[in-house]
Design a binder for this molecule. Sequence first.
Ligand SMILES: N[C@@H](CCC(=O)N[C@@H](CS)C(=O)NCC(=O)O)C(=O)O
Length: 216
Amino acid sequence: MTKQLKLFIGNYNYSSWSLRPWLVLKKAELPFSTEMVDLDIPGYKNKLLSISDAGTVPVLQIGEDKLPDSLAISEFAAKCVPNLWPLDEGEKERARAVTKLMHEGFEAIRREAPMNLRRRTSKPVPQDCLNDAAEMDALWTECLSRHDGPFLFGDWTIADAFYTPAATRFASYDLPRSAKADTYISELMSDPYYLEWEAMAFTETHILPETDAVNN
Ligand SMILES: N[C@@H](CCC(=O)N[C@@H](CS)C(=O)NCC(=O)O)C(=O)O
């Protein structure tokens, strides 16, 4: 019997880590249910710890098992469904490396320009955040130049899921970008699944005052 999948996520407006595997599961066309946990309210950490020892979202429940971490969940989906990574082995390794850069790095952009889908501001951001944005732009430009399609590795892959929240940061904080990066951002932000998630963020009433205060 196929195991039931349930994805525990944080708030739609703010939880960049949750958006990534949600997109991957949608693209994989794997049926799953979703449970959203409001972050940063009294008792939220205990709630997260009751879901998994990681104490973070996202977590994918697979039958009775729980799998935390956005990349681990994405790799689980890639084992179920082909095409979530490039088919060519060399390109697959490259896509994994590019994805890991987002999973483990770009700390300044994450800190200084946190995902906040409802946010639009043009206030200046610190230099380290601009440096991250320029580095990300260069990485995207290099990947996009090597492939034919609109995505980093031609067709959509997990790498694009990982950079979708980053794309929204360029839009929210009006970060400088090249024409190629701007086209890529528009591509990611007009994806029908992304728009489905964004609609939920726009109607969500829960706010995280500390995140809203960044760059205010
Ligand atoms: N490396 C983890 C990071 C997950 C993470 O930090 N999630 C945030 C929400 S976006 C969280 O659960 N924070 C809970 C907390 O800060 O206590 C992943 O890739 O899933």
